[in-house]
Ligand binder design. Structure first.
Ligand code: ADP
Ligand code: MG
Length: 322
């Protein structure tokens, strides 16, 4: 059987491009361009918690990197490098072949290079640290929302959560519809080009990984502001819109794994933001605005508070925001 170093050599070693020194020494060496800052983020995916043990390894390789690139996108950073800490129960070459293929396909599409990592024997888990470059002074931080800002969402929300329901046998979908949402769950596309385009246009941004409500709340808390969000405007896919309203709200507001961007920007920038969305080919939807105060208010189409409706639906966690 192949040992640890053969495994690293065969599946995870490529000659460095931008990096001064890549895989193979005690450390990698990188140098940011002179007027750039580095953005650094780490995420761990654990088998049975973040993904099903039987998931297609190629898709897993894609997703493991995608979630980190999504964090870079949310800052407006351009992906450059990543490290990979892999814990494997055994050496399964077919699995490694597919996993590394999915990983490098996505990495290559963003010119993001693997510069090091760690390989251990243990329960399957994947930790990726991604490093991006940011040109000063523009950066999309969670604490930069201002009263009066519009709140925008990229793409559609809730598809991944809907796929999870189907996989957990809590919902049913026709085959083609399931294929669509399963793809959203398993192979999210990080909004890197959008993040970069928004840098001069937006104030605050976050990537939506734990549900819109929870993640928007992070922006509000960090910025010391409140928000009004119009339920009717939350963008959902065609597949999602065929679901009962209750399912739509639960998945789109509190589901996980969307990897879309939620950002705030001055109303003056609406035209430029819409143009930026078109330019990068991503649908952008305005869903509300930042207010003074500190609360997050969800409004129905009559402008009435939707808090009660959501509580009736059993979304008790929304109590926090009532
Ligand atoms: P050390 O003992 O100094 O920590 P390792 O033996 O763990 O070094 O790793 C040897 C080299 O292989 C290092 O350059 C490390 O960054 C790289 N490496 C280890 N595992 C991986 C991996 N899964 N992907 C990419 N590079 C890896
Ligand atoms: Mg090591």
């Amino acid at each position: 059987m192949m040992n640890e170093f053969e495994l690293i050599e065969k599946y995870f070693t490529r000659s460095p491009r931008r990096a001064k020194l890549g895989v193979g020494d005690d450390c990698a060496i990188i140098a940011p361009a002179s007027d750039m800052e580095l953005a650094v983020t780490t995420d761990t995916l654990i088998s049975g918690r973040h993904f099903f043990p039987f998931v297609d390894p190629r898709k897993l390789g894609h997703k493991a990197l995608a979630v980190s690139l999504s964090d870079l996108a949310a800052m407006g950073a351009t992906p450059r490098y990543f490290t990979l800490a892999l814990s494997l129960p055994k050496v399964d070459e077919d699995w490694l072949q597919e996993f590394s293929r999915g990983l490098f396909n996505l990495a290559d599409s963003f010119h993001c290079e693997l510069i090091g990592g760690d390989t251990t024997c243990g329960p399957l888990s994947i930790t990726i640290t991604a490093i991006g470059e940011l040109r000063k002074p523009f950066v999309l931080r969670r604490d930069a929302a201002r009263a009066g800002d519009d709140i925008w969402i990229s793409g559609t929300l809730g598809d991944a959560a809907l796929a999870l329901r189907v996989l957990n046998k809590q919902a049913k979908l026709p085959e083609a519809s399931f294929a669509y949402v399963a793809d959203r769950l398993e192979q999210p596309l990080p909004r890197v080009a959008l993040g970069a385009a928004l840098r001069p246009l937006a104030h605050a941004a976050i990537d939506i990984s734990d549900g819109l409500i929870g993640d928007l709340k992070h922006i509000l808390d960090r910025s010391g502001v409140g928000a009004e969000v119009w339920l009717e405007c939350i963008p959902v896919s065609e597949v999602m819109s065929s679901q009962p309203l209750e399912v739509q709200y639960e998945c789109a507001l509190a589901g996980g794994d969307d990897y879309e961007l939620c950002f705030t920007a001055r109303p003056n920038n609406r035209n430029e933001i819409e143009a930026a969305g078109k330019e990068v080919g991503v649908r952008l939807t305005r869903v509300g605005h930042i207010s003074g105060g500190e609360e997050l208010r969800l409004l129905d189409k009559n402008g009435q508070s939707a808090q009660q409706l959501l509580q009736q639906m059993g979304l008790q966690s929304y109590d926090h925001f009532a």
